[in-house]
Ligand binder design. Structure first.
Ligand SMILES: Nc1nc2c(c(=O)[nH]1)N[C@H]1C(S)=C(S)[C@@H](COP(=O)(O)OP(=O)(O)OC[C@H]3O[C@@H](n4cnc5c(=O)[nH]c(N)nc54)[C@H](O)[C@@H]3O)O[C@H]1N2
Ligand SMILES: Nc1nc2c(c(=O)[nH]1)N[C@H]1C(S)=C(S)[C@@H](COP(=O)(O)OP(=O)(O)OC[C@H]3O[C@@H](n4cnc5c(=O)[nH]c(N)nc54)[C@H](O)[C@@H]3O)O[C@H]1N2
Ligand SMILES: [Mo]
Length: 775
C-alpha cells in the first residue's frame, strides 16, 4: 500500500532499521517470505548463487555471510513475486486501457508467463507459440531492404553469453545498430577516459578502498543506488579516510549511515559519519570546480618549486607517464578565478578547502555517477577529472584511482563482449576471422540515433533485449511516435512495462527468465557470467523455478531468433545457433577466441569470485595514440543551452536535474516513497531553493507545470508537480525520472558521447491548474 502523500524531514542515518523494515515489508508484499524467499535472498552474491541484479557494484571475496542490501532485496523480490501476467490478464485489458495505468501499477501486475502478439482487431495482446513468434521476427527482418533498418537495443542486465550471441547474430545479419542503456548512462566515461588514460573503465579494485586516505564522491547517491558501496565508505570513514561529497544535494546517505551488517550499530542505534565535507556545485558546475582544484594544485606546486620545497605534483609520474602537461598547466594558470567560481557555483573558500584535501591525500580515489555523465560537457568533465588525478599520480597506485560507478549489473560486460554501435576495426577483424562472415564496418545507431532513425522512417524494426526503451529515453512524446512508426517492436522481458504498450504495427512480448531462476538447457542447468564495475567477471546460477514453464532464457531466445532469421540469408558459414544455446560454456569458448582477455574463461570462472579482466591503465600501461596518459585542455563552457536560455529568461530560468527516488529502479517504480529525501506517497515533486520560490512568487506546497526552453519550436511540458522547499543551490531544481523525460529534448546530448543531458535541462515553472492526488 502506498504511503499517504506527505513531505517529512528524514533525520535518521541512511541504512539502519528503516532499510531492514523495508526488506521485511517487501518480502511479505511479494509473498516470498517462505523458505524459498529466504533461500533466494541468502543465495545472492554467493559463490554458488546468482549475481545480484541490483547494481554493478562489486562484492568482497564471496564469503559465507549474507551481504545485506536493500536495493538488491527489492530487485530480487520483484523478480520472485508470485503475481503473474497471463494470457487471461491480456484478454481482459485492451492496450489502450493498460496505457491509462501508472508505471507503478504496470510493474505490480507481476511476471509475464507466455509469449504474446499484438492483435490490432481487438487492441489486445494474445498468446502466440514461440515458433510463430520467431517466424514473425524473421519475416520482418528479412523483408527489410537494408539491415540498417533494424535496431537492437540492450539493457544492462543481459548476461555476457546472451549479449555476445546477440551481437554475433546482429552483425552476421548485417548491422551495428546497437542502441543500449549505456548510451544514456556512463557513455561519457567510456568515451572520455580512452582519450586520457587509454581505456574507458575504472582503475580501482575493492581492495583499494582499504588503502585510500581520501575519497572524492562526485555526483552519486550510493545509499539509494549502490547500497553495498556504503559498507566500503563506512569502513574507510572508520579508518580515518577523508570523504568529500560533491553534490548539489546533501544526500542523507552521504552524511550518516548505519550499517545493517553491523550488530553494534543496529543495537545502539548508532551510525557512522560518511562525508566530512560537502561541496555543492551548481548543476553541471563540476567541470569548472575540477578546473579550480587543478589550478590551485598547480599554483601550490609553483609556489613550492619557487621556495625549493617538496613538490605538490608528482613530477616523476608526469615525466614518465604523461604527455601534454606544459600546455595544460599553462592554460590552468591562465584560467580566471571569477569564471571558475561563477560557473561552478562554489565559493573560492570551498574550492580552496577541496584543493587542500586533494593535495594532502596520498592515495585518492575519485568516484562518479550520473551527476557527472548526464551533461552537455560530460566527456570534458570526466577527462579533466582524470587529469586532476594524474597531477598527483593518483592512477595505477595502491589505494588510488578512478572509480566510475556503473548502474546495471552487467552494463559493463555487455559492452566488453561487443554491444557497441561503434566497434573497433580490430574487433571486427577478429570476429570475421573466427566466424568467417563479413561484419558491417560503418557505425550504427546509438539510443538517441535510434529514436531519430525511427522518426525519419529509417528504422522499421525494433528488438529490445530487456529494458524499457520508451520510458528511459528522452523526449517521451517523440519517442512514442517513433516506436509507433515501426513495422515491428519486440521486447524480451520479465515484466510488463510501458514500452510494450507503445508498439509498432506488429508487436511481440517475449517473456524471459530472470537471473534468480534456474536456466535449464540440454546439457543441464546453465550459469551465466557478468562483469561488475571493477572489471571482475564471475558466474551466476539461478536457484528458483522459473516463473512459468513457458519462459525461455534470453540466450535461447537470441539463438532461436538467429536460427529463424539467418537460415534464409547468406553471409559466410552457417552458425549453429541452437548448439550454442545447449551449453553456454560453448559461448564462453567463442568469446575467448575473440578476446584475449578472456583466455581460460571457463576455467577461471570456476574460481569463487571470478577473475579480473585486466585494465591496462591500472598497470600504468596507456593504450592511447601517444602511448602516454594525456593531459587535455578543456575550456570552461560558457555557451551551453543553459547559458543561452538564461540570457533570454534571466534568473527565472532554472536548471532541472532528473534523478532517482529511493523506491525505483530506473523506470521500474517499486513504491511511492523517497525516504531519505523525506518524500512519501508521491513522485510528482520539484525540489527548489526557498530563495528561488520567493523570486518566482511561488510557495512551498503549490503546484507547478514545467516547460523546457529549447529552440526547435516543439513544446515540451510536464504538468502538475508539487513544489518542495529544499536545500539545493539557487537556480537548480530536481525532480524524478521517468516522469520528467518529456522535458529532455532528443537533440540535447553530451558532446561526443550523445548521452541525453538528463541532469541539465533549461526550464521555466508556472503555476499549475493541475492538482494531483497521491499517484
Ligand atoms: N535503487 C536503485 N539503484 C540503482 C538504480 C535505480 O534506479 N534504483 N539505477 C541503476 C543505474 S542504471 C545507475 S546508472 C545508477 C545511478 O546512480 P547515480 O549515479 O547515483 O544516479 P542518480 O540517482 O541519477 O543520482 C545522481 C546524483 O548526482 C547528483 N547530481 C545531479 N546533478 C549533478 C551535477 O551536476 N554535479 C554533481 N556533482 N552531482 C549531481 C544528484 O543530486 C544525485 O545525488 O544506479 C543504479 N542503481
Ligand atoms: N531523465 C532521465 N532519463 C534516464 C536516466 C536519468 O537519470 N534521467 N537514466 C538513464 C540510465 S542511467 C539508464 S541505465 C537507462 C535505463 O534504461 P533501461 O535499462 O531500458 O530501463 P530499466 O528501467 O532498467 O528496464 C526495466 C525493464 O527491464 C526488464 N527486465 C528486468 N529484468 C530483466 C531481465 O533479467 N531480463 C530481461 N530481458 N528484461 C528484464 C523489465 O521488463 C523492466 O520493466 O535510463 C536512462 N534514462
Ligand atoms: Mo544507468
Amino acid at each position: 500500500m502506498p504511503s499517504k502523500p506527505r513531505i517529512e524531514q528524514y533525520n535518521q542515518p541512511a541504512g539502519g532499521w528503516g532499510a531492514l523494515k523495508y526488506v521485511a515489508l517487501n518480502l511479505v508484499k511479494e509473498h516470498v517470505a517462505d523458505g524459498r524467499g529466504l533461500r533466494t535472498l541468502l543465495s545472492q552474491n554467493q559463490p554458488d548463487g546468482f549475481d545480484c541484479p541490483g547494481c554493478a557494484w562489486p562484492d568482497r571475496e564471496h564469503t559465507s555471510t549474507f551481504e545485506f542490501c536493500e536495493n538488491g532485496v527489492k530487485a530480487v523480490a520483484a523478480e520472485a513475486t508470485k503475481k503473474r501476467v497471463t494470457p487471461e490478464f491480456f484478454a481482459q485489458h485492451t492496450v489502450t486501457e493498460l496505457m491509462q495505468q501508472s508505471d507503478f501499477e504496470l510493474e505490480e501486475h507481476g511476471r509475464l508467463t507466455h509469449p504474446m502478439v499484438y492483435d490490432a482487431a481487438t487492441d489486445k495482446y494474445k498468446k502466440i507459440e514461440w515458433a510463430d513468434a520467431f517466424a514473425l521476427m524473421a519475416k520482418h527482418l528479412n523483408a527489410l531492404p537494408d539491415p540498417d533498418m533494424a535496431d537492437f537495443y540492450v539493457s544492462g542486465r543481459a548476461s555476457n553469453e546472451a549479449a555476445f550471441l546477440f551481437q554475433l547474430f546482429v552483425r552476421q545479419y548485417g548491422t551495428n545498430n546497437f542502441p543500449d542503456c549505456s548510451n544514456m548512462c556512463h557513455e561519457p566515461t567510456s568515451v572520455g577516459l580512452p582519450g586520457t588514460v587509454g581505456i574507458g573503465k575504472g582503475t580501482v579494485l575493492l581492495e583499494d578502498f582499504d588503502h585510500c586516505d581520501t575519497l572524492l564522491l562526485f555526483g552519486q547517491n550510493p545509499a539509494t543506488n549502490h547500497p553495498r558501496m556504503m559498507g566500503e565508505l563506512r569502513h574507510a570513514s572508520k579508518r580515518g579516510a577523508t570523504i568529500v561529497a560533491i553534490n548539489p544535494l546533501k544526500e542523507r546517505g552521504l552524511e550518516r549511515f548505519a550499517d545493517p551488517q553491523s550488530k553494534v550499530e543496529m543495537l545502539t542505534m548508532g551510525s557512522t559519519r560518511i562525508s566530512s565535507m560537502f561541496i555543492h556545485p551548481t548543476l553541471g558546475g563540476d567541470l569548472a570546480l575540477i578546473k579550480g582544484v587543478i589550478k590551485r594544485t598547480i599554483e601550490l606546486d609553483d609556489a613550492a618549486r619557487a621556495a625549493g620545497a617538496e613538490r605538490v605534483i608528482d613530477v616523476k609520474f608526469i615525466e614518465e607517464h604523461t604527455a601534454g602537461f606544459e600546455e595544460f598547466a599553462a592554460q590552468a594558470r591562465a584560467e580566471s578565478w571569477d569564471d571558475i567560481v561563477a560557473e561552478s557555483g562554489v565559493s573560492r573558500e570551498d574550492i580552496e578547502k577541496l584543493a587542500q584535501v586533494y593535495v594532502k591525500g596520498k592515495a585518492v580515489i575519485a568516484t562518479w555517477g550520473m551527476g557527472l555523465t548526464q551533461h552537455k560537457h560530460a566527456v570534458a568533465t570526466i577527462q579533466l577529472l582524470s587529469n586532476m588525478m594524474m597531477l598527483r599520480g593518483n592512477i595505477g597506485r595502491q589505494g588510488a584511482g578512478l572509480c566510475p560507478v556503473r548502474g546495471h549489473s552487467n552494463v559493463q560486460g555487455d559492452r566488453t563482449v561487443g554491444i557497441d554501435e561503434k566497434p573497433t576495426p580490430a574487433f571486427l577483424d577478429r570476429l570475421e576471422q573466427v566466424f568467417g562472415f563479413k561484419a558491417p564496418r560503418h557505425h550504427g545507431n546509438d539510443t538517441v540515433g535510434s529514436v531519430m532513425a525511427m522518426l525519419e522512417g529509417r528504422t522499421k524494426v525494433f528488438i529490445g533485449l530487456g529494458g524499457n526503451f520508451a520510458m528511459a529515453t528522452p523526449d517521451t512524446p517523440r519517442t512514442f511516435e517513433a516506436m509507433r512508426s515501426c513495422n515491428l517492436t519486440v521486447h524480451i522481458t520479465t515484466k510488463l512495462n510501458r514500452s510494450h504498450l507503445v508498439h509498432g504495427k506488429d508487436a511481440l512480448i517475449l517473456p524471459t527468465m530472470g537471473r534468480t531462476e534456474i536456466d535449464m538447457q540440454k546439457s543441464g542447468p546453465q550459469g551465466v557470467t557478468v562483469e561488475d564495475s571493477m572489471s571482475m567477471v564471475h558466474v551466476s546460477y539461478g536457484i528458483n523455478k522459473p516463473a512459468s514453464e513457458h519462459l525461455m532464457s534470453e540466450t535461447a531466445i537470441v539463438a532461436h531468433l538467429a536460427e529463424a532469421t539467418m537460415k534464409s540469408r547468406n553471409n559466410g558459414p552457417k552458425i549453429d545457433w541452437l548448439w550454442y544455446a545447449e551449453d553456454y560454456s560453448r559461448i564462453r569458448d567463442a568469446i575467448e577466441q575473440v578476446y584475449d582477455a578472456f583466455k581460460g574463461y571457463n576455467e577461471r570462472i570456476a574460481n569463487p569470485g571470478g577473475f579480473h579482466l585486466g585494465v591496462a591503465s591500472r598497470d600504468r600501461v596507456w593504450k592511447t595514440a601517444s602511448g602516454k596518459a594525456n593531459f587535455i585542455v578543456h575550456d570552461i563552457p560558457k555557451d551551453t543551452p543553459i547559458h543561452r536560455a538564461r540570457a533570454i529568461h534571466g534568473e527565472k530560468l532554472l536548471t532541472l536535474m532528473t534523478t532517482r527516488s529511493h523506491d525505483q529502479y530506473n523506470t521500474t517504480i517499486y513504491g511511492m516513497d523517497d525516504r531519505y529525501r523525506g518524500v512519501f506517497g508521491q513522485r510528482r515533486v520539484v525540489f527548489i531553493n526557498p530563495a528561488d520560490l520567493q523570486m518566482l512568487g511561488l510557495k512551498d506546497g503549490e503546484w507547478v507545470d514545467i516547460t523546457s526552453v529549447w529552440d526547435d519550436g516543439v513544446e515540451r511540458r510536464a504538468e502538475g508537480f508539487l513544489l518542495v522547499e529544499y536545500e539545493i543551490p539557487r537556480g537548480c531544481i530536481g525532480s524524478y525520472y521517468p516522469e520528467t523525460n518529456p522535458l529532455v529534448p532528443l537533440e540535447s546530448f553530451a558532446d561526443k558521447a550523445r548521452t541525453p543531458t538528463s541532469k541539465s535541462i533549461p526550464v521555466l515553472l508556472s503555476r499549475s491548474a493541475v492538482q494531483r492526488s497521491a499517484a
